[in-house]
Every structure is written in structure tokens, then in C-alpha cells.
Design a protein around this ligand. Structure first.
Ligand code: AMP
Length: 289
């Protein structure tokens, strides 16, 4: 770990340049977490001593759930993205029974757990995260990639607490987008709930949902029944609770993101210059915890 921190970003990346990997190239350490299709371990590449997260997926589980094509797309897309707020995928390899993803290690873990711990985030913290995400999504959209599954469970934190978008399992290149229904209902925009054609505007909507959840502690269209969430999303039934206190500027930004017509949602570049972001977000993109 220490060795990695002492190296420059370029040197680190050089040491993980594309090559054929096998499990023998890594010292595998403690488990970092358990996922649906396998486990994630802290690992170190033996030669460079570079620390990574090794995600181990079981082929039979991937086959049973028919998600091999999704995994291929995730690898194809995520391995080509290079942004400080997007988790790097350095490479992959496989053996008879497993597929291994070599991922950037996110030492501070899941944002979801932080939100559970604090219930809500301060406006400073929320705005810093929203600005980081807007920058990462601008980068993705420039590369014609839409993530489609932005939610707290898919956000990890780097060593300084900076956000890292992980899990590109639902992402697509805009040129092969389909009218697929995917992701957790709570974060889906009206056009996806209604299985209509959709574009990069879906990520702008999710940013609005996330901003609301950071500040109020629950997603905006939450309901006991799936069918009620569905109805609330389609109607854009947006209500702001009186408590906790949230500034009018924050509510203004959320209202401009959660707009039914995707073309009318506030463009991500304008999110970065919204008065609430300018007043609250830490320009370094790091929220000092
Ligand atoms: P996943 O299968 O992606 O849901 O990962 C399972 C769990 O492993 C996550 O909830 C995280 O706690 C942890 N994890 C996954 N990827 C990483 C990573 N790159 N760095 C640190 N922890 C991770």
C-alpha cells in the first residue's frame, strides 16, 4: 500500500498496463465484500506491488442469471474510461470456473454505508459529491456512454474520500441503446419506467434522485408498493419534507434535474455552475471527512 502511494499516478498505471494476467500474478489478501456473483478481495500484483481489488465472479452463476453479455459490456466500457471519479478496471482474466476483474481499490468503501451511518449528508458534502458525479458523467456522455444505474450502492470512495463510480453493468453505448427496463425502480426516470426510448438524460435524472437522497435521506419517489413508486415517478410527484432543513437553492437544483421531459433537464455543464454547487461544493472534489 505504502509503495503504491509513493508512486505517481502514471507510474501506477504503467505497472498495470495491458497484459495477460493469471491468479499467480497476485497475492490475494482479505475479503473486501460480497457481491451477487462472487466476492471481492484486496490483492497485490506481485511484481509491481500494486494494490488492487480483485473481483471474483463464478461462471456458473453468471450463466444461470444470463448476465454474461452484461459483464462483457461492463468490461468493454469500464476498461476504456479514465477519470478520477470513475473506478478503473485494469483488466480481467479467467480460469475454468471463475472470471476475475482487476479493479482500482477504493480504500474508503461504499458511499451507501456512509449514508446509512449519517442518514443525511450536509449540503457541503452533498454538493461536493454531486459536482464530482456531474464531471464524471460529462466525461462518460462525451464518450457516448450512459451509466443508467447511478445509485449509492454503485458509488465507492477513494483514499481521500473522493467518489468513484463503479459497476458499469447496466451502462450502454448510446448507439446501441435499447428500450430495456433495468436497475432499481427508485432511480429510474419516467421514460425508462414506461419502457420508452431513452438517452443520456437518464443519468441527469438519477443525479437529481441522488441529490435528494443525500439531503433528505430517502429517494424522492419511495413508496411501500412498487406500483406506487412507478406512479409517483411518472407523475414526477416531487415533494420536499419540511425536515431536515434543506436550502431553497438545493431544492431548485433538484427540481431542475427531476423533469419529466429529458430534453428539459438541466444539462450537466450547467449543474456545475448552479448557484448551490458554486456555494457549497469543494472545488477539489474531496469532502474532508
Ligand atoms: P460488488 O460485487 O461490486 O457489489 O462488490 C461487493 C462489495 O465489495 C462492495 O459492496 C464493496 O464493499 C466491496 N468492493 C467492491 N469493489 C471494491 C473496490 N474496488 N474497492 C473496495 N471495495 C470494493
Amino acid at each position: 500500500m505504502v509503495e503504491v502511494e509513493m508512486k505517481s499516478e502514471n507510474q501506477q498505471n504503467d505497472s498495470m498496463k495491458e497484459r495477460r494476467w493469471t491468479l499467480d500474478d497476485f497475492d490475494v489478501g482479505k475479503p473486501l465484500g460480497r457481491g451477487k456473483f462472487g466476492n471481492v478481495y484486496l490483492a497485490r500484483e506481485k511484481k509491481s506491488k500494486y494494490v488492487v481489488a480483485l473481483k471474483v465472479l463464478f461462471k456458473n452463476q453468471l450463466q444461470q442469471s444470463q448476465v454474461e453479455h452484461q459483464l462483457r459490456r461492463e468490461i468493454e466500457i469500464q476498461s476504456h474510461l479514465r477519470h478520477p471519479n470513475i473506478l478503473r478496471l485494469y483488466g480481467y482474466f479467467y480460469d475454468q470456473t471463475r472470471v476475475y476483474l482487476i479493479l482500482e481499490y477504493a480504500p474508503k468503501g461504499e458511499l451507501y454505508k456512509e449514508l446509512q451511518r449519517f442518514k443525511v449528508f450536509s449540503e457541503r458534502r452533498a454538493a461536493t459529491y454531486i459536482a464530482s458525479l456531474a464531471r464524471a458523467l460529462i466525461y462518460c456522455h462525451q464518450k457516448h456512454v450512459i451509466h443508467r444505474d447511478i445509485k449509492p450502492e454503485n458509488l465507492l470512495m477513494g483514499i481521500k474520500g473522493e467518489l468513484k463510480i463503479a459497476d458499469f453493468g447496466w451502462s450502454v453505448h448510446t448507439f446501441d441503446r435499447r428500450k430495456t427496463m433495468c436497475g432499481t425502480l427508485d432511480y429510474l426516470p419516467p421514460e425508462m419506467v414506461e419502457s420508452k426510448d431513452h438517452d443520456a438524460g437518464v443519468d441527469i435524472w438519477s443525479l437529481g434522485v441522488l441529490c435528494y437522497e443525500f439531503l433528505f435521506g430517502t429517494p424522492p419517489f419511495e413508496a411501500a408498493k412498487h406500483s406506487d413508486t412507478y406512479r409517483r415517478i411518472i407523475k414526477v410527484d416531487l415533494k420536499f419534507p419540511v425536515k431536515p432543513f434543506v436550502s431553497p437553492q438545493a431544492k431548485d437544483l433538484i427540481s431542475q434535474l427531476l423533469v419529466k421531459d429529458s430534453a428539459q433537464r438541466l444539462p450537466l455543464e450547467k449543474v456545475l455552475t448552479h448557484p448551490w454547487i458554486l456555494a457549497n461544493a469543494d472545488p477539489s472534489g474531496v469532502y474532508a471527512m
